[in-house]
Design a protein around this ligand. Structure first.
Ligand code: AMP
Ligand code: DBH
Length: 546
């Protein structure tokens, strides 16, 4: 560390005042969200986890008891607490207990391991780690032991069999009066995706996060009759806040927690609890589609199926509309802030072909070329955004690179550079065409991987596809298409056939694949998105260098 003090970059005072004046920021801390719903719907079920369930009143009381217990352990306002929990009922208690204490959860995904966790602990100087005994065949206590040795961690709380650590079940104590955190303060730290680099910490305030949750719940028409099925890890920004579990608790609905998104588990939960809304990433949407084709089930309680996190191809969107009941909703968001939704009453064309429009009239959108000049409507460019729930800078954690990172990721006037290549339609909807880096430069000719993938997804022998660049001494990059076959018959997937297929669809010659690799699965990020970075590395190992 150089000893340089890094200042948190936040909203300028005049803009913050405007967000308050215009009602986006209401000055209400997130702990109050549960208090209000418990007052309105005390006996309504807030959380279902297997055979266990908690009403709003029970969850509210437990959160207070847990907040008091965590205070007794020494946790104070503004302390960072690394939380690594799968979708279990205790997560709901932990979230609200920390919000009420004004302590700041750092939401690690269950799939993160020593490398990421060590990073989060060191970056935040966290003294507390709350996790589970075992999940998905992994023992988190072993991870906790390692972290205690190499970081400043002082205490580890374990849900389940605690061994030498603090048992979660024994912490709760008589509620005590606690100072309410100010709504402009830091409420939680989210992680940036890591699809292309190591996660950065994203500081979200009570005011800004609460606004995005409230507005999202309204857009998705959540009510106290809504039943939200969480199949994605609930701590991720999408299922946490778009509108996710927090949006459901805001509306007084019921959250059903699933350990994972396997169709057999999820479909049974949908039928049993009459689930009305759930959120998927595209690979999961494909798995659900194929399960429904093999064994159609009555999922008629579903009013909304959200798909987001990565581009849903128009081809798959169409299939979703015919196979699933209710509305399909595309969600294009980022943990840094901006979230776009197709609206429930949008025409099918919009739902199939766009990734939605921003939550808020106060979201500012710019689509720019490489010199930051605005491009015309419908033209491809990089998406920049600022608004009442989009951060102005990453979390200052003593990292010498922070200023450089902020300078790279934010404009001087506070726009976040999303790194996404989009078109903005005349009606104000965004179409995601790829990431700046998800582009193959073939001897100067740029190819959007998404475009070719979209065509190939229409091929009957293709289950899923991802295109990556492989380095080429002559062209710089050539394009390699990785295919998960739909059936055992891969003859149609040979290179000449695929090229002919794409050529028939009118695709330019330079966009046709140079190589095909048949794979059983794609490497995924911790959140379950296809990791193009890992895929590129995998292919580099398979393909002999020329
Ligand atoms: P994360 O860093 O995990 O918060 O991921 C945010 C990024 O995921 C966005 O900047 C997009 O690149 C991508 N993303 C999220 N939702 C969508 C979507 N519906 N379509 C295309 N890309 C998406
Ligand atoms: O991918 C994401 O990060 C994401 C997707 C949809 C997100 O953060 C969100 C909605 O809030």
């Amino acid at each position: 560390m150089s000893g340089t003090a890094h200042k948190a970059q936040t909203w300028p005072e005049d803009i913050a005042a405007r967000y308050r004046r215009e009602g986006y920021w209401k000055g209400i801390p997130l702990g109050q969200l549960l208090r209000d719903s418990a007052a309105l719907y005390p006996d309504q079920v807030a959380v279902i986890d297997g055979d266990r369930r908690w009403t709003y009143q029970q969850l509210d009381n437990t959160a207070d008891a847990l907040a008091a217990g965590l205070y007794e352990l020494g946790i104070r306002a503004n302390d960072k607490v690394v939380v690594q929990l799968p979708n279990v009922g205790e997560l709901a208690q932990v979230i609200f207990a920390l919000f009420r204490l004004g302590a700041v959860p750092v939401f690690a995904l269950p799939a993160h391991r020593a490398c990421e966790l060590e990073n989060f602990c060191k970056q935040t100087q966290a003294k507390t780690y709350i996790t589970i005994d075992r999940f998905g065949g992994f023992d988190y206590r072993a991870l906790a032991r390692y972290l205690k040795n190499v970081t400043a961690l002082q205490r580890v709380v374990i849900v389940g069999e605690a061994e030498e650590f603090i048992p979660f079940e024994e912490i709760k104590t008589t509620p005590i009066p606690l100072a309410t955190p100010a709504a402009h303060q830091l409420a939680l730290l989210q992680l940036s995706g890591g699809t292309t680099s190591i996660p950065k910490l994203i500081p979200r305030t009570h005011d800004d996060y609460f606004y995005s949750v409230r507005a999202s719940a309204e857009i998705c028409e959540l009510s106290n009759h809504s039943v939200y099925l969480a199949v994605l890890p609930a701590v991720h920004n999408f299922p946490l806040s778009s509108p996710g579990v927090l949006g459901t608790w805001y509306a007084g609905g019921t959250v059903v927690l699933a350990a994972n998104g396997a169709p057999e588990t999820a479909f049974a939960l949908i039928a049993k609890h009459q689930v009305t809304i759930t959120a998927l990433v595209p690979p999961l949407a494909l798995a659900w589609l194929s399960a429904m084709r093999h064994n159609p089930l009555d999922l008629s309680s579903l009013a909304v199926v959200q798909v987001g996190g990565a581009k849903l191809s128009a081809e798959v969107a169409k299939q979703m509309l015919t196979v699933f009941p209710g509305h399909l909703q595309q969600v294009f968001g980022m943990a840094e802030g901006l979230v776009n939704y197709t609206r429930l009453n949008d025409p099918q064309e919009i739902v199939i072909h766009t990734q939605g429009r921003p939550i808020s009239p106060a979201d500012e959108i710019r689509v720019v070329d490489e010199e930051d000049n605005d491009v015309e409507t419908n033209q491809l460019g990089q998406l920049l955004t600022r608004g009442p729930y989009t951060i102005r800078g990453y979390f200052p954690c003593g990292d010498d690179n922070l200023d450089r990172q902020n300078a790279r990721n934010f404009t001087a006037d506070g726009f976040y550079r999303t790194g996404d290549l989009v078109r903005l339609t005349e009606q104000g909807y965004l179409i995601v065409e790829g990431r700046c880096k998800d582009q193959i430069n073939r001897g100067g000719e740029k190819i959007s991987a998404e475009e070719v993938e979209n065509h190939l997804l229409a091929h009957p022998a293709v289950h899923d596809v991802a295109m990556v660049g492989i380095s080429d001494p002559y062209l710089g990059e050539r394009n390699c298409v990785c295919v998960i076959p739909a059936t055992g018959d891969t003859v149609q997937l040979r290179l000449p056939s695929l090229r002919a297929f794409l050529r028939d669809r009118g695709l330019a010659e330079y966009k046709l694949p140079d190589r095909v690799e048949i794979l059983e699965t794609f490497p995924k990020t911790s959140f379950g998105k296809v990791s193009k970075k890992a895929l590129r590395e995998l292919i580099a190992d398979l393909v002999p260098q020329t």
